[in-house]
Design a protein around this ligand. Structure first.
Ligand SMILES: *Cc1c(COP(=O)(O)O)cnc(C)c1O
Length: 349
């Protein structure tokens, strides 16, 4: 087991966090004259719950974890940045990540002046477990793995993930933003086995709530306490907490949306494969497909001209020639297919 405190930056280990009025008194009362709030304009005049206890209770029930294992943030981006700020000494420490993967790990690392050691996936986007373990040194504090991975779309083997978690003394950050679209299960059930595991999930994808900015980090109580110490006191506003609570009640909507998206993913993948200029449609466990085409820049611009925006990933490692296409509604996907068929006809002429 890893002793989390030994991984912390010294200034964070010694930090005395800001203590807000809502922190110092949490019991029942009717007259609040402690926080210099305006007495008018109920309910928005009051500061929100700094630790989002009601929302955490609902999420704990939903995910079958303990409330003490949950950190909520302004999207997943917040816990990603907080992990750097708490554990990585600028200019000294480093992190390891796979390549290609989600761009935010690199950006958060750059902002915090932390080197990223990228370990290339194998040709078919598999994990190079040996390469990852070899990239680690005594200054490696965090290891980022995204599964299902963005932009490749595939999940990694649970046994390989566990092997990595077992062999690394720092913190493994497993980003499960797309887990609801995957056939395999989340590693949440492994949380109690590993003190050094952080699992990121989000309401931005399957739950259809990117606009409210609500991300989840699940981890040991010790890591959650560290994140709570470093975060802004009121990191989640009242509207987001409220929307989150209403959302958790509507899991059936999420399930229905995921089902439709998966159906469309299969249909769209099949249709894309039949296009002459499509060289490969990679299998996906997420709500997007990575598609290798003959002329990625040309197709990207052609689609932009038709008002359809996809993501050009052709300059990303192992993604030469690739576009990443998010699964839309049936109608949106049909519009895309109709334009691509026009492109195909013109290309052949
Ligand atoms: C979209 C995405 C997220 C979600 O980020 P939020 O800040 O929660 O919106 C996280 N990780 C990956 C890999 C993503 O693609």
């Amino acid at each position: 087991m890893t002793d989390i405190r030994t991984l912390l930056r010294k200034n964070i280990a010694n930090l005395k966090p800001y203590s807000s009025a809502r922190h110092e008194f949490t019991g029942e009362a009717s007259v609040f004259l402690d926080a210099n709030e305006n007495p008018y304009n109920h309910p928005y005049n009051r500061y929100p719950d700094p630790l989002q206890m009601r929302l955490k209770k609902a999420i704990a029930d939903l995910k079958q974890v303990d409330e003490s294992q949950i950190f909520l943030g302004n999207g997943s981006d917040e816990p990603i940045d907080l992990l750097f700020r708490a554990f990585c000494e600028p200019g000294v420490d480093n992190v390891v990540s796979i390549d290609p993967t989600y761009g935010m790990y690199q950006v958060a690392a750059d902002i915090n002046d932390i080197a990223v050691r990228r370990v290339l996936l194998t040709e078919h986007f598999g994990l190079d477990v040996k390469g990852i373990l070899n990239a680690i040194d005594e200054h490696t504090k965090l290891l980022f793995i995204c599964s299902p991975n963005n932009p490749s779309g595939n999940c990694f083997d649970e046994s390989e993930l566990v092997e990595i978690i077992k062999h690394f003394k720092g913190i493994v950050v497993l980003d499960e933003a797309y887990i609801d679209f995957a056939p395999g299960k989340s590693l949440l059930s492994q949380l109690t086995n590993f003190d050094n595991l952080v699992i990121l999930q989000t309401f931005s994808k399957a739950w259809g709530m990117a606009g409210i900015r609500l991300g989840m980090a699940f981890a040991s109580k010790n890591i959650v306490e560290v994140l709570n110490t470093v975060k802004y006191p009121y990191n989640l506003n009242m509207l987001t907490q409220q929307a989150g609570l209403e959302l958790v009640e509507k899991e059936a909507d999420k399930v229905a949306w995921v089902k439709q998206i998966l159906q469309e993913r299969e249909r769209l993948s099949g249709r894309l494969k039949s296009l002459d200029f499509v060289e490969k449609v990679y299998p996906s466990d997420a709500n997007f497909v990575l598609v290798k085409v003959r002329n990625p820049k040309g197709i990207y611009s052609f689609l932009v001209g038709k008002g359809i925006i996809v993501r050009d990933r052709s300059s990303v490692a192992l993604c030469q020639g690739c576009l990443r296409i998010t699964i839309g509604t049936k109608d949106e996907n049909n519009q895309l297919l109709a334009e691509l068929e026009k492109y195909e006809k013109n290309e052949i002429k």
